[in-house]
Design a protein around this ligand. Sequence first.
Ligand code: G6P
Length: 608
Amino acid sequence: MCGIVGILGAGPVAGQIVEALKRLEYRGYDSAGIATLESGRLARRRAEGKLKNLELRLLEEPLRGAVGIGHTRWATHGKPTETNAHPHASHRLAVVHNGIIENFRELREELTRKGHAFSTETDSEVVAHLVTDLMDGGLPPHEAVMAALPQLKGAFALAFLFDRQGDLLIGARRGAPLAVGYGEGEMYLGSDALALAPFTDTIAYLEEGDCVVLSRAGAAYHDASGRVVNRAKQKSLASAFMIDKGNYRHFMAKEIHEQAEVVGRTLAHYLDMSEGAVRLPFDVPFDLAGVERLTISACGTAYMAGLTAKYWFERIARVPVDIDVASEFRYREAPMTRGGVTIVVSQSGETADTLASLRYAKQCGQNIVGVVNVATSTMARESDVVALTLAGPEIGVASTKAFTCQLAVLACLALAIGRARGTLARDAERRFVDELIALPGLIAEAMGVEPKIEAVARDLSRVRDVLYLGRGTSYPLALEGALKLKELSYIHAEGYAAGELKHGPIALIDEAMPVIVLAPNDAVFEKTVSNMQEVAARGGRIILIGDGDAAKAASVDVEAVIAMPVVAPTFAPIVYAIPIQLIAYHTAVFMGKDADQPRNLAKSVTVE
Ligand code: G6P
């Protein structure tokens, strides 16, 4: 998954393209490139690595053209070198691509036989040659693109720039998002509205199979069958959000610290605070009282949110929950009953595996609830119910505020289903709602552990392996803690259910390996204390994240206590997420790693 941009501008566009690419770096940052028309002729600048390398290249060799395309890459086919960087070009055109062309080998062989010379290892280059071949055969640009699209297998968004065509850009979408922006005498293409927010808030979205031909006067849309169609303009909210780091060193730090606010905002959307009741902000087109079983599918951190919510749905709403990572679920061929409910959880709403799970469940006749952060995303469009998280744009690649907002929404859904099914009495609902309302304040209070965590992180930055343990809802959080630490600091970390310790990982315990124990003062606290004793007895180094007084009373020999505010146990993970995020962040910063853009990762994974 990469980010693509195209601009038909009133003046030189290179600066604007770079500005838009900065907002798309969350999609990948292995290389970046740009192509413009210089006196009508195609010119490219590309650079390996992050966008700043391309910016330096542009300082040395500026581009002044008024029409151009740009790309930021997450490498799939071929190493992240300059040669493999987009745009790919021929004597006729340049193209940027997000997605995967599955039949690129066949197409490349065929085109090579026809005399085309390939210079990269990418799947994308085949698109440049295919359209060129059709143009060489006499087709004008838009007909060549439209003739090429049906020959491509896979998922993609594309933007084309043509030699000697100063008032033309062509975009196409199948399986990856593409937005068209309308400006004052300027037109734009972008992987999302956020990329275009500095220039316009008037956006239209391409639908599956669409192709769009842009000139400065406007856009002409064609659907998959080639018919001219209309795609409605809408006002994007993206520009309303400030995309800067404020006073923070990294977006991740800013996003961690925003959580009291965004969790509060999300809860306010789902709760009637004065009544002490859940009030879902959407109509549900199926009977919540009839929900007999839930299936949850998601990837990465969103999966951890789903796994946490399994405990809530089962305990509060008494509904059995099946949950699987989406890359497994989509191929598992799980039997599903018609009329059942599947929840997909995704920050971006574009993750390929989660989207495939959604489509599989839909095919099986399930009602789809999409818990997503991007209201205009594909998953939002394809869900029967869109349960928005109001986290605002999340730029740090490792998810933080989107995670706690997903938890907040899932908690409200558990209460709503519990109420509808009659498993949640009115007074219990009021008590749970009060506990939820207290969360933003507790999150703000939990930020007070940061100085202590900085000290812990300094020690962690010197170790090779870390084990995270937790029981109940702290178990998914232990998995999330380990995921966060490994993705940001590259330290090997594992999360385990504390009760499983004795079935294997206890063999790893020695004085070199810190064990981070998540132990809110809940029903299984004493059990977790026993597990800590097992670690202590073997000389393990325990870092306890727990409610300070309970931790003291437990009298286990611990190396450090991260003393958390007293939190009612059910929704404790929404507060205990803070220290695990801070641990990963500060450890990465001590080690000199890039907390916002960890190596090899990308924020939006729109490939399998
Ligand atoms: C990537 C990101 C993770 C995220 C996961 C799922 O791996 O680096 O932070 O949790 O994708 O993304 P989604 O947008 O579906 O929540």
